[in-house]
Write a protein that binds this ligand. Sequence first.
Ligand code: SAM
Length: 249
Amino acid sequence: MAAFTFIAEGRCTDMSGGSVGNHSALMDQVYRRQRHIYDLSRKYFLFGRDRAIRKFGLKPGERMIEIGCGTARNLIRIARSYPDAKLFGLDASQEMLRTARASLVHAGLDRAIALTQGYAEKLDRETFGPSAFPFDQALFSYSLSMIPDWRAALAAAAEAVKPQGTLHIVDFGDLMGMPGPARGIFRAWLRRFHVVPRSEILQTIEKAAAGAAGDLWISPARFAFTWRVSPKTMKGLLLSHVAQGSQGS
Ligand SMILES: C[S@@+](CC[C@H](N)C(=O)[O-])C[C@H]1O[C@@H](n2cnc3c(N)ncnc32)[C@H](O)[C@@H]1O
């Protein structure tokens, strides 16, 4: 079976090798000013977000968490599409959460959506309290490309979602449909914001056994993708990575 084979394991570091504590500060630094223009500027290139939201099919009372929720742009759209769902947003950056809280107040949704500061890699039943746990669905929207130990974040989410629930990922693809020079320039520009497309994820999904890959959509130029998958399949891919790693050691 295909498996995720990239990135350091068992630790939670930022891209400069610091601790998770530093990662929160790093995200605050990235977004302190950007948060004011984030929604306006990102709508031109963060493709696939609304496509993913249309597929949630959340039923009344079901619980959904967005991991790396940023400004709450997605949570507000989800609340409008599924007004009877219970929504939760987790983010490492207090700066982004400041904008998120203001946006929820503006949308009249501040009582309907719970937000908290924390790390995707450490998501557990204490994050929003036992009454919120487990979730029916979880969304990573352009957050895995910023989460240092994205495999740990996927593992935590797979544990935090009910067995019959769904994980959704929307993010940059491997960009392999772009001309080489343009791809290099775009990757370098993303790195300035500490964004690293996780090419490994898309390539692993494509290699996964037919039917195990869940529901995958890839945009033109392989710029972005959306993926809908069960926690069981996700755990299988992650475990298979661990098994391959131990054989190789
Ligand atoms: C590019 S923004 C995406 C925001 C939103 N999901 C969207 O689609 O517009 C990535 C978000 O992930 C958050 N983030 C990065 N690393 C994180 C981590 N380890 N745990 C939780 N959130 C994290 C950042 O603070 C930022 O708000």
